[in-house]
Design a protein around this ligand. Structure first.
Ligand SMILES: [Zn+2]
Length: 244
């Protein structure tokens, strides 16, 4: 589907012209990288719920036209992830994409729905050249979000109990983080029982499907009810992570 004039400045990305409207494959001009920027060829990209969220633009500033996508063969940096309203480069506050001179905005400093993109060096991470790019692209957001939520934010202690609400990519990575941290009980909560088998590989030890109970999941004994808290051994503690 994608076409590129090799050696030229043209590329054919999926452009989001308006909120909620289908992405359009367009021939777009990409300017050369400026100071502290790199132009990279995207070989694989994945679709994250965040792309859909900002494409729908129901709860945030609409920044259009824009080239979405933020999971490819690299890592995002905090510097550029903080401001999702920004659609331009840090160096000169301009976009590197245009169609007939009309600027097309960037998305979280990456815009990976494009065969070529220009990013700030802070958005890149050098990885092992043997790593399969069609798989590592999901490490850029979903996996690092879940793993980081557990290891860098929640920081469960060894032997603690952890509940992960939602066993999608982010939730599974959160469970993996809990496993690495040495949690002894990792309770996976999800409405979709089909996810439970896979979740075992990520360290989940128990499963709760809220559909099987007639009271809120937080009142269940295994999920931190008052009775459960009263019965807990000293030093043990309960941690809940809410994931998409
Ligand atoms: Zn994402």
């Amino acid at each position: 589907m994608l076409q590129t004039r090799i050696g030229s400045r043209w590329l054919v990305p999926a452009v989001a012209w308006e909120a909620g409207k289908p992405l359009v494959i367009e021939e777009v001009e990409v300017a050369p990288p400026q100071k502290m920027e790199v132009r990279i060829k995207i070989l694989f990209t994945s679709l994250c719920h965040t792309d859909v969220y900002f494409w729908e633009a129901k709860g945030q500033n609409p920044v259009f036209p824009r080239i979405l996508g933020h999971e490819a063969g690299g890592n995002m940096c905090d510097l550029l992830r903080i401001n999702t309203d920004r659609g331009v480069m840090l160096h000169d506050q301009k976009s590197r994409f245009s169609i007939n001179g009309k600027p097309i905005f960037h998305f979280v400093g990456t815009s990976t729905f494009s065969e070529y993109t220009v990013v700030h060096v802070g958005c890149l991470a050098k990885i092992n050249p043997l790593a399969p790019l069609d798989k590592v692209c999901v490490l850029s957001c979903g996996i690092s979000t879940g793993l980081g939520a557990t290891l860098n934010v929640a920081k469960p202690k060894k032997g603690s109990s952890v509940a992960v609400f939602g066993l999608g990519a982010v939730g599974l990575a959160a469970a993996e983080g809990a496993r690495i941290a040495g949690a002894s009980r990792i309770i996976g909560v999800d409405l979709n029982a089909n996810r439970f088998e896979l979740a075992k590989k990520f360290g989940v030890t128990e499963f709760v499907n809220p559909k099987d109970y007639n009271k809120p999941v937080q009142e269940l004994p295994m999920c931190g009810s008052k009775e459960n808290q009263a019965n807990r051994k000293p030093g043990g503690w309960f941690l809940a992570l809410f994931m998409e």
